[in-house]
Design a protein around this ligand. Structure first.
Ligand code: NAD
Length: 491
């Protein structure tokens, strides 16, 4: 595959210092291509282009209908390229092709959704004050915004940010994750082909500590939308303080799935297995802590083991593969280290068997940490791999307490056929998003995000538009000769 460049002011360009980094395929461990490694100067050029496009270009002043026609054109071009992007994404991330195809198809919908959302929800309110004032709000785009994305599910996550940012009239500098940069360039090609004016959308590849940090500190950039690890989020908040930027933080998770003894056993089992082993376990909302009621613990674990034995590992490009390799060797070592530590701490480690013939790729088989305790490191820290702690509980109160005894609060899943208990537990678990009797099914309208160390702010729906990508401005208009205090007037 050909090497990829930065995309700045409508042109594909090398990094100013000509630096490149290798992009590896997690399955073959071979180099896919080289990627231009942007630094501070490239970020400065991209931010200057984004500022000029916002202030002087047509984007900020365009009629809504015209801007939305670009947004919808981008969606159409993504539709045309779903298969190509899905293949690219699987090569880049190791995610199974059957899963990347579905994710990429959803990316087009992100643009269509935000085209509709902007037209129906991006409006202010009017506040009549008796017969003296009519006050109203308008929501205006911020200007150039910085988007920083992680390596898991890159195309879907990137479009989830780019669509609302552009649809609401901002210009964008995107810093994609260095471990999965390919689809960000494809998005640049699509946006370029859609005829979006130069400078409206820019991509600067590079490392977090250089390109990412320079974007966070750039004074032309008005806001940073970040998805990634909690520790990185904290660094970004610190580094954005000097330029007083708005930040949106979509961070890590360690989400509970609570299965009561009256739950629909088979559906809860399907959901638990899918929720931890799909996306190679590299999913922020993965149910990595299973709380199982003592009355059904034995049959549930027996069924879980049976399913673990059958998860199909292999070539991500094979349509029947369910679990591919982890993103890179460093991540493989991290995930493996947690499993080893859990075993030393007394867990029974139950894993699927890697098929013979697989000699490459950073595979971690589907893993259950049986007899786990909630206070173990493997149950408290985000492993971000196909590894689930299995913990017994015997009462509703205990389940809630265990679920909440954790730093994170992104998602949670409750399985019970007692509808009152379902609501009760969902409302008691500290998490931004809860599902009752369901796996993680996305609704683009909901506020997406976490509490505690899982994030600050919400993306999704009209929340992304009104709470993050625009600034409300209040305009007060006197419609009568209302009293004005008489200062400095001679009596
Ligand atoms: P990461 O924090 O290592 O990197 C994310 C991005 O931040 C990358 O583009 C990286 O280059 C950049 N970065 C790193 N250091 C930086 C710095 N100092 N300044 C600016 N940018 C910097 O995360 P990752 O390993 O790529 O992704 C996995 C993490 O993302 C997991 O914790 C996962 O839970 C989280 N995640 C959260 C959500 C959510 O919606 N809450 C969704 C997906 C992934």
């Amino acid at each position: 595959m050909k090497d990829i460049q930065l995309y700045i002011n409508g042109a594909f360009v090398p990094a100013q210092n000509q630096a490149m980094f290798d992009n590896l395929n997690p399955y073959t461990e071979q180099r896919i291509n080289q990627v231009a490694s942007g630094g501070k100067k490239d970020i400065q050029a991209a931010c200057a282009a984004a500022e000029a496009a916002f202030k002087d270009g047509p984007w900020g002043h365009m009629k809504l209908k015209d801007r939305m026609s670009y947004i919808e054109k981008i969606a159409d071009l993504i539709d045309d390229a779903v298969d190509e992007i899905a293949v690219m994404e699987s090569h880049d991330t190791g995610l199974p092709i059957s899963q990347t195809r579905k994710m990429v198809a959803r990316a087009a919908e992100n643009f269509r959704f935000y085209s509709r959302m902007v037209q129906t929800h991006l409006h202010g309110d009017a506040y009549q004050v008796d017969d003296t004032f009519i006050n109203y709000t308008v929501y205006q785009p911020l200007g150039p915004v910085g988007l920083i994305t992680p390596w898991n599910a890159p195309f879907m996550l990137t479009t989830w940010k780019v669509a609302p940012a552009l649809a609401s009239g901002n210009t964008v500098v995107l810093k994609p994750a260095e471990l999965s940069p390919l689809s960000a360039n494809k998005l640049a090609e699509i946006i370029d082909a859609a005829g979006v004016p130069n400078g409206v959308f820019n991509v600067v590849h590079g490392y977090g500590e250089t390109a990412g940090a320079a974007l966070v500190q750039n004074t032309k950039v008005k806001a940073i939308s970040f998805t990634g690890e909690t520790v990185t989020g904290k660094t970004i908040i610190r580094n954005s303080a000097d330029s007083l930027k708005k930040t949106s933080m979509e961070l890590g998770g360690k989400s509970p799935i609570i299965v009561f003894d009256d739950a629909d056993f088979d559906r809860a089992l399907d959901a638990a297995v899918w929720g931890i082993f799909s996306f190679n376990g590299e999913r922020c909302t993965a149910n990595s802590r299973l709380f199982i009621h003592s009355a059904i613990k034995e049959p549930f674990i027996k069924a879980l083991k049976h399913r673990v034995d059958q998860v199909k590992m292999g070539d991500p490009m094979d349509d029947s593969t369910e679990l591919g390799p982890l993103i890179d060797h460093g991540h493989f070592s991290k995930v493996s280290g947690y499993i080893d530590k859990a075993e030393i701490e007394g867990c029974e480690v139950y894993q699927g068997a890697l098929p013979s013939g697989i000699s490459k790729g950073h595979f971690v088989p589907p893993t259950l940490l049986l007899n786990a305790r909630n206070d173990m490191q493997a149950s408290q820290e985000e492993i971000f791999g196909p590894v689930m702690s299995v913990i017994e509980f015997s009462s509703e109160e205990e389940a809630i307490q265990l679920a909440n005894e954790i730093e994170y609060g992104l998602a949670g899943y409750v399985w019970t056929n007692d509808i009152k208990r379902g609501h009760r537990v969902a409302q008691a678990v500290d998490a931004g998003m809860l599902w009752v009797n369901a796996q993680n099914v996305r609704d683009l309208r909901i506020p997406f995000g976490g509490m505690k160390s899982s994030g600050i702010g919400r993306e999704g729906g009209h929340h992304a538009l009104l709470e993050f990508y625009t600034e409300p401005k209040a305009i007060h208009v006197s419609i009568a000769d209302h009293p004005i205090p008489q200062f400095g007037k001679a009596y």
